[in-house]
Design a protein around this ligand. Structure first.
Ligand code: MG
Ligand code: ZN
Length: 455
């Protein structure tokens, strides 16, 4: 490895430049020098939760968290997600489709999501089905049938694996809509199946659904009772308010079910910045993405609206709500070797966590969980160094250079997930069950226990 000795000069020059992205106002200082024994004891609360808010950073391994922290609040700063009192690590492996007794050490979002959504390990690509294709009840379906309100929020197409595992059961994650059922013949309505992810989402009918993915909802259903209708038409007929931009969301009746789709595909990125190269980049900073469609709500706004709607809809009930909120494009920009892309998504996801923690302050009977589904490519390497992959150097909040390497696939190929364990942090009733080293399937049982579900 070659260390570039000129980094101090680069850093000094770049540190003087204007930092275009505002520094978060929600940074929390650490208190590691205090005796936290009593605080830890106080944080351990058993019993039931009225509400569960699960926040999932796709591909947000410890490396992705550290990169975002260094950039946004500095190495000794703390993100909102760092302030949760109880933190553990969990293993994320999938199983092999041909021999489910054997692990597949590097999971995808479908298999990992099926893990916490159903409590079962499955193969990469499976959406809440066993390796033999049999459907498994999900935490959202179980919560709904027990009387809880439910929500599913993502910055990806809402048919993407992480939001899909809560509301649908298909043998391949790519079966988003009626026109893309080739890999899932047994699930297609024209073959007597339950339909695509979009069709099943409408039937499962979470009370609040917010994300991208209008393309698949515009497709025409090919079999069953709704043949000839678009999925959007069935959604509207089933009682959903359909909204398509931030102003529509702001004007929505929060007392009624909402299906908000704010982009044809995935939602736009928050930040842009340098493209890494084999020889590195000059030290620079991230910029707000000027090309982002301002009619799309930010993730923190979607999180706030979803929580307010579910709170209203469950008011007066002993049973509150289950809500999943996903920061999806941390993963997608890690695949794309885009450091500012992934950091911007992580910072916005952290704002959504802050929204959930604010709600929890007013409603302590809420279990808040923050986790990821798998590790990813990005690594902090020696400042100014090059690797066998590509690198870019950013000037952080500390005014110091941070070099990030992407080297799990020859560039410009899509960078790949890794098989590391990832963080799981929690606060509220049942939060102690994330401590130590657990498995992503254990999270299903923790959430089910918190909601008093019989599984
Ligand atoms: Mg995802
Ligand atoms: Zn991925």
């Amino acid at each position: 490895m070659h260390i570039n000795r000129t980094w101090k000069i680069l850093a000094t020059a770049a540190a003087a430049a204007v930092v275009a992205v505002p520094v978060a106002a929600f940074a929390h200082g650490g208190s590691g020098q205090d005796d936290r024994t009593d605080a830890a004891k106080h944080a351990i609360v058993g019993g039931k939760a009225r509400n569960v808010i699960m926040l999932l950073g796709d591909g947000m391994g410890d490396s992705e968290i550290t990169i975002a922290r260094n950039y946004q609040v500095g190495a000794s700063g703390r993100l909102a997600m760092d302030t949760l009192p109880l933190t553990g690590e969990y293993t994320t492996y999938a199983v092999q489709k041909a021999d489910p007794t054997k692990p597949d050490y590097v999971t995808d979002s479908a298999a990992s999501g099926t893990g916490w959504s159903t409590g079962h390990k499955t193969y990469n690509g499976a959406i809440s089905v066993l390796p033999n294709g049999d459907p498994l009840p999900t935490i959202l379906e179980l919560a709904k049938s027990a009387g809880y309100k439910t929500g599913d929020v993502s910055t990806a197409e809402i048919q993407d694996a992480t939001p899909a595992v809560l509301v649908s059961h298909v043998t391949d994650r790519s079966c988003y809509g009626p026109n893309t059922m080739g890999p899932c013949p047994t699930n297609a309505t024209e073959n007597g199946g339950a339909g695509s992810i979009s069709e099943q989402l409408v039937k499962t009918h979470p009370d609040v659904v917010l994300g991208g993915g209008s393309t698949s909802f515009n497709q025409v259903i090919k079999g069953g009772a709704d043949v000839g209708k678009t999925v959007f038409q069935t959604a509207s007929a089933s009682g959903y308010q359909l909204v398509s931009d931030a102003s529509g969301l702001a004007a929505a009746n929060l007392n009624k079910p909402i299906l908000g789709t704010f982009a044809p595909g995935n939602m736009d990125l928050e930040w842009v910045g340098p493209t890494p190269t084999a020889t590195g980049t000059p030290a620079s900073t991230c910029q707000v993405n000027a090309a982002r469609n301002p009619a799309q709500p930010h993730l923190s706004v979607m999180a706030d609206t979803a929580i307010k709607a579910l709170d209203k809809q469950s008011r007066g009930n002993r049973k509150g709500f289950f809500l999943q909120i996903e920061g999806a494009s941390i993963d997608k920009q890690d695949h794309a070797a885009n450091p500012c892309g992934q950091i911007g998504e992580t910072v916005e996801f952290d704002k959504a966590i802050d929204v959930a923690l604010d709600y929890q302050k007013q409603h302590p009977d809420t279990l808040v969980i923050v986790t990821a589904d798998h590790g990813h490519t990005s690594q902090i390497v020696a400042a100014g160094s090059t690797t066998t992959g590509v690198t870019a150097t950013l000037v952080t909040h500390d005014g110091a250079p941070m070099t990030i390497s992407y080297a799990t696939t020859p560039f410009p190929g899509s960078q790949q997930h890794t098989g590391t364990e990832v963080r799981i942090a929690a606060s509220g009733p049942q939060a102690a069950n994330v401590l130590g080293v657990t498995n992503q399937t254990d999270l299903f049982f923790t959430m089910a226990r918190a909601l008093g579900l019989h599984v």
